[in-house]
Write a protein that binds this ligand. Structure first.
Ligand code: 8IG
Length: 280
């Protein structure tokens, strides 16, 4: 039996599941169309509160195709927020996805990009993808936000199926990066290398990431950006460097320290993100 609301049914069309999710969100929030979407990764959870007034907050697992978060420190809700804007400007709504499904959860790549596809189906034209990641640049201490300028996808997979030869030039919009740098001229940029995880890299793999042009190492975002481009969304990617990558750092990586760095940087990067979203 085919179940069009299931991403596990390979006979189902994932775009149809995304439309079902968007319909559910429109009904449950009373907001027919969302203008911008945000995916909040490790450390970025506080940003939602600064964007504007929350119109509605839905447990993710109640929305078609979404599953409960698997990682401590991730928030499992989908929020509709009326964005604070300048007086006289049109009212805009943000769809805030408080958690993501990672490839390493083994639930399939369709689930990984379901949030982005749902955002597009909900009307969003822009998506802001945030994450916590490791950094290769010694100048980026834990808690440094970095704009993603491009990515290298080392997952060995794609969110797209079939003959979908989508162009990925300027995937991380230079226009949106310029807006972000207007808000904070000190923001650096870097190439994000997506590994499959869930283990962190070996020092040799981090060295390789640098040789192939990488500045940041993580386990998300790249696949989502690809799906976003195919869905017609303009993408802004921002990483929070929560740790120096393995071998760059003199000490071993610990998930607890990663969470700690996210908490410490939270208020500052949340304010930055809210200010950037206001300008989009
Ligand atoms: I937070 O150092 C976080 N996520 N792959 N490597 C990878 N993912 C990460 C890292 C890291 N830190």
């Amino acid at each position: 039996m085919s179940d069009v609301t299931s991403l596990d049914d390979l006979a189902a069309d994932p775009l149809q599941v995304a439309r079902a999710a968007a319909d559910y969100i429109a009904r449950a929030t009373g907001v027919p169309t969302h203008d911008v979407a945000l995916v909040l990764g490790s450390g970025w959870g506080g940003a939602a509160d600064l964007l504007g007034d929350t119109v509605a907050e839905l447990p993710s697992h109640e929305v078609p195709g979404f599953s409960a978060p698997a990682v401590v420190g991730h928030v499992g809700t989908i929020r509709s927020i009326r964005l604070d804007g300048a007086p006289g400007t049109p009212v805009r709504h943000a769809l805030v996805l408080g958690s993501r499904t990672h490839l390493y959860e083994g639930r399939g790549v369709r689930r990984v990009v379901h949030g982005v596809r749902t955002a597009a189906a909900a009307g969003a034209k822009t998506v802001v993808l945030t994450n916590g990641c490791g950094g290769l640049n010694l100048a980026w201490g834990p808690g440094t936000p970095v704009l993603i300028s491009d990515h290298v996808n080392l997952t060995g997979t794609s969110p797209l199926e079939g003959a979908t030869f989508v162009d990925l030039t300027n995937l991380y919009s230079s226009r949106l990066r310029a807006i972000a740098r207007e808000v904070d001229p000190t923001l650096d940029e870097g190439v994000y290398v997506q590994f499959p995880g869930p283990h962190y890299e070996t020092p040799a793999e981090v060295k390789m990431a640098g040789v192939i042009g990488g500045d940041l190492v993580g386990m998300s975002t790249g696949l989502e950006a690809i799906a976003a481009r195919y869905a017609g969304l303009e993408v802004l990617g921002i990483s929070l460097v929560t740790n120096l990558a393995a071998g760059i750092s003199p000490t071993p990586l610990s998930h607890a320290e990663v969470i700690e760095a996210g908490i410490a940087a939270g208020p500052r990067i949340s304010a930055l993100l809210a200010e950037i979203v206001r300008m989009l």
